[in-house]
Design a protein around this ligand. Structure first.
Ligand SMILES: NC(=O)c1ccc[n+]([C@@H]2O[C@H](COP(=O)([O-])OP(=O)(O)OC[C@H]3O[C@@H](n4cnc5c(N)ncnc54)[C@H](O)[C@@H]3O)[C@@H](O)[C@H]2O)c1
Length: 278
């Protein structure tokens, strides 16, 4: 189905989400290999959902749409910035024109800039809050209005990070604080709309092997990705880092009817990292 091989822990094709439409923001990948956004989109497709895949970079949205179509579903690629309210309204209009409903909103786009707090610029702080909190808020607001009008409601899944729960030794307070705000946005949405058939949860990943991380670590380890991988794996209680499919599998579960009584939760996918005392 794709130029990229699916790992053994990718979901088997199913009809769990057949007849549903999923809208993913940040559905491309920032480098070779599976990103959280792309794996999530393809995992939803493997579960039978139609997709609207949005990315800042048009070619990235198109590539993910092509992979989703390989799973036998319909996929609409759209280029837009999740931080641009007008553009996001246009995305919703196109999505509804194409599919008539939005059953799942998946907010994946995020930014993590390392900057010690005392040296952090206003711009770095503002960029984190714009993409990690305000953008999901804008998309959630539109999704909720639509889902309230749909007989079967809908599901919101926001992608957070264990950095929102604990100081993980990386100096990115803007990232940590903005994702903590995203967690609380998620739980507010869940409780405000629990009686409207709308569920909202956040997936909280720990240390992952993804293209995004490789891009950032490449510089720190002089391009030696394998050394970076080994160092990060050693930090993980299970002895290995997770990957985008671990996050994608959690998202498909949360979107499915099997999770019909789960809302307002932070689903931590970190191999035990955040439960360890030291
Ligand atoms: N990779 C990890 O190790 C890790 C760990 C914890 C949490 N996360 C979370 O996962 C998410 C991203 O992971 P990924 O692997 O998909 O990253 P990625 O950078 O590979 O892919 C994200 C996609 O989002 C797109 N994007 C960026 N800004 C955008 C915008 N303003 N509007 C629309 N699209 C935009 C990029 O073009 C890219 O294609 C973030 O929310 C991040 O906080 C990642």
């Amino acid at each position: 189905m794709s130029a990229l091989a699916l790992p053994a822990h990718a979901p088997a094709p199913s009809r769990r989400l057949a007849g549903r439409t999923v809208l993913v923001f940040g559905a491309g990948t920032s480098g070779p290999g599976w990103s959280n956004g792309q794996a999530a989109a393809v995992a939803y497709a493997l579960a039978g959902a139609d997709l609207v895949v949005v990315d800042l970079v048009k070619e990235r949205a198109q590539e993910t749409a092509r992979l989703c179509e390989g799973a036998g579903v319909r996929a609409l690629p759209l280029a837009a910035s999740a931080t641009d309210g007008q553009a996001v309204e246009t995305v919703f209009a196109h999505a509804l024109d194409a599919f008539g409903a939005i059953d799942v909103l998946h907010n994946n786009a995020g930014i993590a800039e390392v900057a010690p707090t005392a040296e952090m610029s206003d711009e770095t702080w503002a960029r984190a809050f714009a993409l990690n909190v305000t953008a999901p808020f804008i998309a959630c607001r539109l999704a909720i209005r639509q889902m309230r009008a749909q007989p079967r409601g809908g599901v919101v899944t926001n992608i957070s990070t264990v950095g929102s729960l604990r100081y993980c030794g990386i100096t990115y307070a803007g990232y940590a604080a903005s994702k903590a705000a995203l967690n609380q946005l998620t739980s507010s949405i869940a409780l405000e709309h629990a009686a409207n058939g709308i569920r909202a949860n956040a997936v909280v990943p720990g240390i992952l092997d993804t293209p995004l991380v490789h891009n950032q670590l490449g510089a720190r380890f002089g391009g030696d990705i394998e050394a970076a991988r080994r160092e990060r794996a050693a930090l993980c209680p299970m002895g290995f880092a997770g990957d985008a499919w671990d996050v994608a599998n959690a998202a498909v579960f949360l979107a499915s009817d099997e999770a019909r009584y789960i809302t307002g939760q932070l689903l931590v996918v970190d191999g035990g990292l955040s439960s360890r005392c030291a």
